[in-house]
Design a protein around this ligand. Sequence first.
Ligand code: NAD
Ligand code: TDX
Length: 350
Amino acid sequence: MKNILITGGAGFIGSHVVRLFVNKYPNYNIINLDVLTYAGNLENLKDIEDKPNYTFVKADICDANKIENVFSKHNIDAVIHLAAESHVDRSIIDPLSFARTNVMGTLNLLQAAKKYWDNDYENKLFYHISTDEVYGSLTEKGFFTEETSYDPHSPYSASKASSDHFVRAYNDTYNLPTVISNCSNNYGSYQFPEKLIPLFINNICNNKPLPVYGKGENIRDWLYVNDHARAIDLIYHKGKLGDTYNIGGFNEWKNIDLIKVLIKTVDKLLERKEGASDNLITYVTDRLGHDYRYAIDSSKLKNELGWEPSLQFEEGIEKTVKWYLNNESWIKNVISGDYQKYNKKYLQKE
Ligand code: NAD
Ligand code: TDX
């Protein structure tokens, strides 16, 4: 049995990674460590919570003593680190909590791994999950490769860049076996409805305004969350120690064009007249320091490890919209805050 600590497993991407590992690898013990911030929802993992190879631990990655205890109690062999404050708009309002969790929290985990593994690094791995935003912003041309210099602009991306640097420093300085991946924007089920896609799907359903920042001309590169989880599985098992892998779908969309696809898809599935929701588009003040364009070159991951996205965007978006329409109670619980009751109920059961 291998004991893998996955941090942030109650969040959007983490829940997909936990589910994939628990179901695919019955010989791995998956320890999901999450402090359950506003973004952590144990309901996301309802279908696997009773599996024998799954354990949930409520803990803050900034609590060094607790993290050390978790390493020794569960005899941790590997870490897949996703826990983070992840929303750019929140980082503009409250940069300090991003530094605390994303920088200090990551450092705590690195320290615990270094101390607990104590130079016996055979079959050990610290896998850090990061973002394409660390590379900054592109103009019309070019892509982020693994060699692109870091140039973060928001407090969120600056904190993620800092955590990436610390992970590399532990590899360079102490030989800690690490690997990093930097992924583009994810979409899919269980995403907290503060991010563009779930927020807008919900607003279209409920005839609420769609707040488009600036002129809606910023460009993002979108990847289906299950394809990110598949890439993490592959990099965890086959990635070269000390290396970085970019993950992206070569799938760039101008925000306003993506929003039109969302409107069309929701209206079609709700059997509304074509164009019925177009008037919901509302241009609002731009995000401060809004990065213009992200675009990932993921050819290293394709050429070295054979990964490719499994879904075309139109198919992924339709699946995603259908999921939110079929899981109205999930989204209602998240918006009303009632999902916290599920978290409490689950913790009482523990
Ligand atoms: P999310 O906000 O949905 O989930 C984050 C999870 O981390 C939550 O469950 C939260 O409770 C937990 N958490 C936060 N602070 C914690 C702390 N101090 N201790 C323990 N747990 C804590 O985020 P996400 O979108 O799933 O992103 C996961 C990771 O992937 C992040 O590191 C993010 O930077 C990275 N990433 C996200 C995207 C994206 O498009 N969402 C793209 C690339 C990379
Ligand atoms: O209400 C909105 N209106 C709007 O125009 C929101 C929430 C967003 N936007 C724009 C801003 C961005 O250009 O849509 C684009 C996408 O916004 P977000 O969903 O907030 O994502 P982004 O800022 O691109 O960051 C995401 O991708 C990289 C994740 O939140 C990060 O965690 C990840 O690292």
